[in-house]
Design a protein around this ligand. Structure first.
Ligand SMILES: *[C@@H]1O[C@H](CO)[C@@H](O)[C@H](O)[C@H]1NC(C)=O
Ligand SMILES: *[C@@H]1O[C@H](CO)[C@@H](O)[C@H](O)[C@H]1NC(C)=O
Ligand SMILES: *[C@@H]1O[C@H](CO)[C@@H](O)[C@H](O)[C@H]1NC(C)=O
Length: 160
């Protein structure tokens, strides 16, 4: 009885740890702007995986994010976009297929390198579950912070 239960618990844990997707701010602190070398950015952060998110931060009205195919990417051609995002100041895109994605800015900056191409790899094998030590430390931290919270509430009630 205990064994199947344990296995179930273990597989749930594995599922949880493998489901952790990463969020990448395109260009890091420089965001989606002219004058950023996105090839270097990709090299710094790859490999990307299915389920990861690309978040583009840009200045409203100063840029768009146009998804294109490889040919259009090479030519900075935004005339037949797969999609076009330009509302607001940020745009989050989920890499939900195993393939290469291409994005360019259609405002003329693409020729100077305002374009990014990202290959989404299949999901990696799940990472090992966190060690018992770690979760114990975590529990202790949660416990001590709730004790601190209770103490604070008690003091406040006493004062007012
Ligand atoms: C994308 O949409 C914005 C706002 O509607 C527009 O200014 C821009 O030209 C469009 N880009 C393309 C490639 O259609
Ligand atoms: C993949 O992502 C796009 C854009 O984020 C979304 O519109 C689409 O529904 C997603 N497809 C699936 C199968 O999740
Ligand atoms: C980005 O940096 C790499 C490596 O330094 C360089 O080869 C490439 O030409 C640069 N790309 C742009 C668009 O400046």
């Amino acid at each position: 009885m205990a064994m199947p239960l344990l296995l179930l618990l273990l597989s749930v844990l594995l599922l949880l740890s493998s489901a952790s997707a990463n969020k990448y701010n395109v260009g890091d602190e420089k965001g989606w702007n002219p004058g950023v070398n996105y090839t270097l950015w990709v090299n710094k952060h790859r490999p990307f995986h299915v389920g990861d998110w690309l978040v583009f931060y840009y200045q409203s009205g100063m840029a768009d994010i146009v998804q294109v195919d490889e040919t259009a990417y090479d030519k900075c051609d935004a005339s037949h976009p797969i999609s076009n995002y330009s509302k607001g100041r940020s745009y989050a895109f989920e890499l939900n297929q195993t393939k290469r994605y291409y994005f360019i800015c259609s405002f003329g900056y693409c020729y100077q390198g305002m374009k990014v191409s990202v290959l989404a790899h299949p999901l990696p094998p799940p990472s090992p579950p966190p060690s018992a030590d770690h979760s114990a430390a975590c529990r202790t931290r949660i416990l001590s912070s709730s004790i601190a919270g209770f103490a604070m509430a008690a003091i406040l009630r006493f004062l007012f």
